[in-house]
Ligand binder design. Structure first.
Ligand SMILES: NC(=O)c1ccc[n+]([C@@H]2O[C@H](COP(=O)([O-])OP(=O)(O)OC[C@H]3O[C@@H](n4cnc5c(N)ncnc54)[C@H](O)[C@@H]3O)[C@@H](O)[C@H]2O)c1
Length: 308
């Protein structure tokens, strides 16, 4: 089986690339990234057994994937992703992420290629204490341009679902280490600051709000599950390791770094009520996720251990 990973140098894409040899069905992997995020490091010292082949391509070009033949599956990770920085950059992010989606959809339709699309649990808002995939459109309450664009991607895919075989996964915020790790998301950013003994910035209202998080190791289990079970349902699934509050995350960090101090700050992404995301739907399909986010936190802090 031949797969193609877009955004392969990113946080999730680089983790898949590093571990793809663990999925025996996959015999060849094409990596595509425009490297605008400069994560060249993701390409260094790749293991031969992963059978990777990298191509510098920008998916803003609708024909950028045309040269690839006989691809069975695309795992689509290419995206501009910084939610907090997306304020004021909506147009640029919208154009990039929707263009990427259109390029991938066109390719998959033309070549009968299956598709895994990554969305985010940030599409949910403050409506109720527990949200699941049946949450009606009018109750989705994305709090950033990034999250609004994720809904637009989902809708574009749904609209094109006729000749497509795909899944959309709404991932919780990723925690854990990969070559392409980035530090603009909650857990990673907290770990970075804690490791360097800098204050952890917490949005003033957020300390006791529950949010969904996903271990990067669990995210890989999702791809493995789809490939090994030929699991494609043209549907949307929430995926998370657990719902935690910032307070709980900081408590976990304190297990590995004793001295942690907090600075309460304002942010454009605020005023949401606490909510849990329900993952019963994907569990009922047989996907059991077993990772412990504490290990991801420990791994992340370890990366920076010798600096303080
Ligand atoms: N990391 C998380 O916490 C998280 C949570 C939920 C959903 N997701 C989703 O998962 C997907 C992957 O996330 P990630 O954390 O790996 O992101 P990332 O920002 O680490 O990586 C994205 C990669 O896409 C590449 N890219 C962007 N635009 C491109 C283009 N036009 N052409 C080619 N390459 C392009 C970037 O260079 C980058 O290497 C995204 O869709 C993201 O929204 C991520």
């Amino acid at each position: 089986m031949k797969i193609l990973i877009t955004g392969a140098c990113g946080h999730i894409g680089s983790f898949i690339s590093e571990n793809i040899y663990k999925i025996k069905k996959v015999s060849k992997t094409i990596l595509v990234d425009n490297l605008k995020s400069n994560r060249f490091y993701s390409l260094f010292n790749s293991k031969k057994k992963n059978k990777l082949n990298f191509f510098l391509k920008d998916l803003n070009n609708i024909n950028s994937l045309n040269e690839f033949k006989n691809v069975d599956l695309i795992i689509h990770c290419a995206s501009m992703t910084n939610a907090e920085k997306s304020f004021g950059k909506e147009k640029e992010m919208y154009n990039n992420n929707i263009n990427c989606m259109k390029t991938v959809i066109k390719f998959c339709k033309k070549n009968n290629t299956k598709l895994i699309h990554l969305s985010s649990t940030s599409v949910y808002g403050k409506q109720t204490n527990l949200v699941d995939e049946t949450c009606e459109k009018k109750f989705l309450n994305p709090q950033s341009p990034y999250a609004r664009i994720k809904i637009a991607e989902e809708n574009l895919l749904k609209k094109n679902s006729n000749n497509l075989i795909y899944n959309t996964f709404r991932f919780g915020t990723i925690a854990g280490v990969s070559k392409g790790i980035r530090f603009h998301t909650a857990v990673n950013k907290f770990c970075f600051n804690a490791a360097l003994e800098k204050k952890i910035e917490v949005y003033r209202t957020a300390l006791h709000q529950f949010r969904p998080y996903l271990s990067i190791r669990d995210s890989f289990e999702v791809f493995k599950f789809c490939i090994n079970n030929n699991f494609f349902e043209n549907d949307i699934f929430n995926v998370l390791t657990g719902n935690f509050t910032v307070f709980q995350i900081i408590k976990k960090i304190k297990k590995f770094k004793k001295k942690v101090s907090i600075d309460y700050v304002n942010s454009p992404i605020m005023n949401q009520l606490s909510y849990h995301v329900d993952d019963t739907k994907i569990k009922s399909k047989g996907l059991i996720l077993k990772s412990n986010i504490d290990k991801d936190i420990q791994d992340t802090i370890k990366l920076l251990n010798n600096l303080k």
